[in-house]
Write a protein that binds this ligand. Sequence first.
Ligand code: ZN
Length: 141
Amino acid sequence: MINKVDHIGVAVRSIEKALPFYKETLGMKVLGTETVDSQQVKVAFIVSGETKIELLEAQNEDSPISKFIEKRGEGIHHVAYSVANIEESIKELTEQGIELIDKKPRVGAGGAMIAFLHPKSSHGVLTELCEKQKGGEHHEF
Ligand code: ZN
């Protein structure tokens, strides 16, 4: 079902403050930032080769990222796996008794179709499935 890890989501208080670490210190490349209103987050994608990190900053206090940071502080928020067919994957997982937060795929950052599994069903790791739109990768901003 899984092709590879697509990205790792990291919750930060401020993308602006976190970026220099990834850019200057680690020498990674910033693909761009965008807002995902459905999740009330601002995201920045950072890459180095095949490795991609998604920084997540809350847009307001109702955002799931605000709640996450309130409880646990900044840190790894989720692991996203790339799948070829997200509808199929959701169906297969549901049949296997896996609980999903998103029973239907929705549009995430970069226009990808995404769905989250419930951490209860994935041993404490918030897990995202991610199907890239045809034509692919995140557009360069
Ligand atoms: Zn993600």
